[in-house]
Write a protein that binds this ligand. Structure first.
Ligand code: TRP
Ligand code: ZN
Length: 477
């Protein structure tokens, strides 16, 4: 498999150098179909992860057919992506890290490919015209990797005692399937996973099928609403599964590592209550199913808002549950346009914690804000200072996109908006923002423009300059 990659690499690498001439010759000889493609870009210019995502096409659907054997640590997969070309394409790139690629087809015809780092470049037999829908299918296998983020945390394919837990923020999903791994390209998913009998495979969305044959069980999961690839998850192992319904009949599916079952049950039992509260605060729940996954992976110190089914590294407390469920609106339905827009995820999810407390007889958001401003929010002075390290809308590097300013100062921005417009209009802004960008993407400029549209005539420049973009602690709280 490896030697096959290398052999093709020599051919494919020469392509981008002569695309125009090559395409013209094809036209002159009458076999080119008239499309003069150029290669799509190998990134989407993300300010922090320039190689993440790819240009020239837009994925609408991922069909993933996987089989994994935890004992052998071996994954085999076929990924079939349906995409639309956004330019005439002679070649395009997918993100895939590690693994061996056996075969690539485009619209059922064998395509050449080569690999360099996380970029899998595919060169179809003929160019794809702008706006054409095409299907690329990649057959691959191997032992998926765990990656270490710039901030030192681990993601990707995390092995557990009885299987695996796949997590993808910000770039880990490319360790288990090829794709356009940037939040700006959201798509629907159908995932089928075959595992040894006795294990379960749990993912996002709805469970559509579970069949056992010849000692193996296949689980079929469907995510119908658009999903950013970093929010895809897959947990394989032994789980206590529970199914229930929340308000309006919304199905709730939770899968919990048996060792955490007793501790998790009371808090996960509150999912319907939290969703009911969140719908009052943020508007209709954006997805057709809900739930949670609790699983142990070594050194996993964080939870993740994986779409419809957030992952927790152990039994969560109510605050963490509120945080990850709030992300279903802010982050999962309204997704960041780039990794610079993380505060739109984390600032909102943190503010949701404050609102929950405020609505349940605890500290008010104003008190939380005041404690942060005065430095008393955290146990140590250093932690208090860290909130002012940089402006939430502009983290200094990829290593810091989940640092304290993104969470807490991000939440403070929202509180400043609330103080500027009043409680009633702020409530409408939280709901309206989730409705306006539902199942889409938004960046910081979209947010400030939205707020200014909803509440014109205020000193917004002052709020944004001081709280969103300004260095250091603003002078006036
Ligand atoms: N989004 C997670 C949360 O707050 C935290 C997180 C996990 C994270 N991995 C990350 C944030 C990578 C940024 C980058 O619920
Ligand atoms: Zn979060």
């Amino acid at each position: 498999m490896v030697s096959r990659d290398r052999r093709i690499a020599g051919v494919a690498r020469s392509v981008p150098v002569v695309p125009a001439l090559f395409a013209c010759l094809l036209v002159l000889t009458g076999c080119g179909g008239g499309v003069h493609g150029t290669p799509g870009g190998s990134g989407v210019r993300d300010p922090y992860f320039p190689k993440a995502g790819n240009g020239g096409y837009d994925v609408s659907h991922y069909g993933l057919r996987l089989a994994y054997d935890p004992d052998a640590h071996h994954l085999t997969g076929t990924a079939t992506l349906t995409a639309r070309a956004t330019q005439d394409l002679s070649a395009f790139t997918l993100d895939l890290l590690g693994l061996e690629v056996g075969k690539v087809t485009v619209d059922d015809e064998v395509a050449r490919f080569n690999r360099a780092g996380q970029e899998l470049t595919v060169r179809p037999g003929r160019d794809i015209g702008r706006d054409e829908t095409f299907r690329v299918s990649v057959r691959y296998s191997g032992a998926p990797e765990t990656v270490t983020d710039p901030d030192g945390s681990r993601e990707g394919w995390l092995r557990t005692a009885d299987g695996v837990l796949a997590l993808g923020e910000p770039t880990g999903s490319m360790t288990w399937f090829p794709g356009n791994h940037h939040p700006s390209d959201k798509a629907a998913y159908d995932l089928s996973v075959t595992v040894p009998r006795g294990l379960r495979a749990v993912s996002n969305g709805e469970l559509r099928g579970e069949t056992t044959a010849r000692g193996r069980t296949t689980f079929v999961w469907r995510t119908s609403e658009p999903m950013a690839s970093y929010l895809a998850t897959l947990a394989i192992g032994r789980f206590d599964v529970s199914r229930s319904r929340a308000g309006g009949g919304l199905p709730v599916y939770t899968a919990v590592d048996p060792s955490e079952a007793a501790a998790s049950r009371p808090v996960l039992g509150r999912i319907p209550e939290v969703l009911r509260w969140a719908e009052r605060r943020f508007g209709p729940y954006p997805f057709s199913t809900a739930g949670a996954i609790v699983d142990h992976a070594p050194d996993l110190g964080y939870a993740l808002e994986t779409q419809t089914r957030p992952v927790f590294p152990g039994a969560p407390d109510i605050t963490l549950l509120v945080h990850e469920l709030a992300h279903q609106w802010y982050g999962d339905s309204v997704s960041p346009e780039s990794w610079r827009d993380m505060w739109l995820n984390e600032g909102f999810a943190t503010y949701a914690e404050w609102l929950w407390e405020e609505d349940h007889g605890g500290r008010s958001a104003q008190e939380a804000f005041d404690a942060l401003y005065s430095g008393e929010y955290f146990a140590t002075a250093e932690a208090g200072e860290a909130v002012w390290a940089f402006p939430p809308a502009d983290p200094p590097s990829a290593a810091r996109i989940s640092d304290p300013p993104v969470y807490w100062r991000g939440a403070m921005v929202l509180h400043k908006v609330r103080r500027t417009v009043g409680d009633e209009r702020f409530r409408a802004i939280l709901k309206g923002w989730a409705a306006e960008y539902r199942h889409g993407n938004a960046d910081t400029a979209d947010f400030t423009a939205y707020v200014e549209r909803r509440a014109p005539g205020k000193d917004w420049a002052g709020v944004w300059d001081d709280w969103l973009y300004g260095e250091g602690r603003p002078e006036r709280p």
